[in-house]
Design a binder for this molecule. Structure first.
Ligand code: SF4
Ligand code: SF4
Length: 199
């Protein structure tokens, strides 16, 4: 108990309290990680750096338009492809020339990742990309693509969840191809039997 105002406390009680605190702390397990010798165990959804899955990007510019810091730089050009069928129209598509993010401006809000309609941007928990020159904090598309290797796999679906549309379509196509192959094999087998019977 703290001494009452104006009444002197027991001599040496402060020292005893201090030593008691020291002893209590000494016997507790330490929680301080000695970074960089010991790397922290980060949760998989940590916001470390943004990775670009370039193959999914359609250059729609939504991420660059929505970024509150204007720190996403995209350049592209249009290309025309021949029509898919004779008499059809030529198709045009955007081709990505540059995709860069300036991490010296980025505030890690995640808006770009949220708004991307084509799943081309992802969070990676990787955080060790400090630079001595601020210009090196602008990561160009190759570097952003390399960060994809550090993006953790998505968590498994709930067992009761509906099958994702892409997987359902791929499974149906595979089942259809397997059924067609099986029918062709049976057809060939019955023709071979008939040939043997005729001979
Ligand atoms: S996380 Fe936010 S600030 Fe950073 S690039 Fe994306 S939208 Fe811009
Ligand atoms: S929003 Fe997605 S698809 Fe559109 S430009 Fe950005 S990364 Fe590419």
């Amino acid at each position: 108990m703290a001494p009452l105002p104006g009444i002197p406390g027991i001599p040496g009680s402060g020292l005893a309290k201090g030593l008691a605190v020291t002893l209590r702390t000494m016997t507790k397990r330490t929680v301080t990680a000695q970074y960089p010798d010991a790397l922290p165990e980060l949760p998989p959804r940590s916001r470390g750096v943004i990775a670009l899955f370039e193959e999914n990007c359609t250059v729609c510019m939504l991420c660059a338009r929505e970024c509150p810091d204007w720190c996403i730089y995209i350049d592209s050009h249009k290309e025309t492809a021949p029509p898919a069928a004779p008499g059809g129209r030529e198709r045009s598509r955007n081709v990505l020339d540059r995709f860069a993010i300036d991490f010296s401006l980025c505030m890690y809000c995640g808006i770009c990742i949220e708004v991307c309609p084509f799943d081309a941007l992802f969070w990676s928990p990787e955080f060790e990309y400090a630079e001595t020159d601020i210009l090196d904090l602008t990561h160009e598309r190759d570097k952003l693509r390399d960060w994809m290797w550090t993006v953790p796999a998505p968590p498994a679906l709930d067992p009761a969840a509906e099958e994702p549309k892409e997987i359902a379509a791929a499974r149906k196509a595979a089942e259809k191809a397997a059924a067609a192959a099986e029918a062709a094999r049976r057809d060939q087998g019955s023709r071979d039997d008939q040939d043997e019977g005729d001979a």
